[in-house]
Every structure is written in C-alpha cells, then in structure tokens.
Design a protein around this ligand. Structure first.
Ligand SMILES: NC(=O)CC[C@H](N)C(=O)O
Length: 201
C-alpha cells in the first residue's frame, strides 16, 4: 500500500464518488460502517447525502461514540455538504432530535441556500488550492454562519439577494469541510488538499 488509508463513512450518501476521487489522488480507501473499521485510518471522509439519515444510522450502529472519539483524538477528516453538517459543533435549522459528531468550531446552517430547486453551481477561489477557481456544485447545501478563532475560511460565496458573503469552505487543523461537492466534478484539488493532512501513521 502506498498512499494514506482513508476511510469513507458509508452509512448513506455519495460514497462511491469520494472513493473515486481519493483513489485518483493516490489514497487507499476503506468503507466505514462499524467502529472496528476506524482502526488504523490516516483520514476519514464524511460524504454528502442526508445528515439526518447518517446521524440516525451512526447512532443505531453504535458508530457515533467511537467516531467522535477518533475525531477528538485527532483523526483528519473532510466533510462535504451533509458531512460538513456532521462535523459542526453547532447546528442551526437541524431536525429537533438531530445530532452532529462535532469537532469543527463552527455553527452550520442546514439547507441554508434554500430547497433542492435552489441548488446551484459557482466558480470559487479556494485558499490553498492553486491553479484557478474551483467549479463548486451546491446541492441543498449548508453554509457556515459563525466560526471560532482557530477556523480558517477557505472560500465564500456572495448571496445574489444582497451581495453579503457566506463561508462555504473551512479548515481547522486537520479538519476540513465544504458546503459543496468536489466529488461531483473531475477536479481532484480539494481531495488532494485534504490528503496533505492525512500523513500515513
Ligand atoms: N447534498 C447534501 O449533502 C445535502 C445535505 C442535506 N441538505 C442535509 O441536511 O443533510
């Protein structure tokens, strides 16, 4: 095995597209559905999908506690869309019983840009990603409404209504999250950026 071993949380969501992107960047992937599958990982991707479903399944399968512990112990992680929601310390507009794993010192607003029909695409400059803007696909996406002092905002979008900006890509140490779905395009630069944090252990 050459590259880092990166888990993809495989309870629900677009697992296969992340596996493809990670493999293209030289990583080896492992689907994570149970606590034992967290052992020995160099990083973990939390895919987009439906954060309420992923939360429910993580609790039912007993994965939630060990996953939280792994994040607290410093496991590098990257969450896209629903994955961003799951990494947030605070959730706004979540379902009343909905929980997150936490780790990222951010408040994330779920479905912030509106309904499924308000999904959109935009070209964004992302800090740490050389070579021009990233074509970002937003699907019923969250945004980061507040972030703590140790959180770096990597990219923002301007709202058409009033031109104010919202953070849509953030990093805090070895944790990274995007509101958008780089795995839905052929651009591997966000996955490559995350893999810089996934040093083989
Ligand atoms: N594309 C996505 O991951 C959408 C996230 C979804 N709106 C949620 O709450 O969980």
């Amino acid at each position: 095995m050459s590259g880092p071993l990166v888990g993809v949380l495989a309870l629900q969501g677009d697992v296969v597209d992340h596996e493809r992107a990670l493999t293209a960047c030289g990583a080896t992937t492992r689907r994570v559905r149970r606590a034992a599958e967290l052992a020995g990982l160099d990083g973990l991707v939390l895919p987009g999908g439906e954060s309420t479903a992923i939360d429910t399944l993580a609790r039912v399968t007993g994965l939630r506690g060990p996953l939280r512990a792994a994040l607290a112990a410093g496991l590098p992680a990257y969450g896209s869309c629903a994955g961003m929601i799951l990494l947030a310390a605070e959730l706004l507009d979540g379902r009343p019983d909905q929980q997150t794993f936490g780790g990222l010192d951010v408040a994330v607003r779920r479905n912030a840009f509106g309904r499924q029909t308000d999904s959109f695409e935009a070209d964004l400059d992302v800090c740490g990603v050389p070579g021009g803007p990233v074509h970002a696909v937003f699907i019923r996406a969250p945004w980061v409404e507040r972030s703590g002092p140790s959180v770096e905002v990597l990219a923002s979008v301007a709202l058409p209504a009033d031109g104010t900006t919202r953070a849509v890509a953030v990093r805090q140490g070895v944790l990274m999250a995007t509101s958008f779905h780089p795995e839905a395009t052929a651009d591997r630069r966000l996955h490559a950026l995350f893999l810089e944090s996934c040093v083989r252990r």
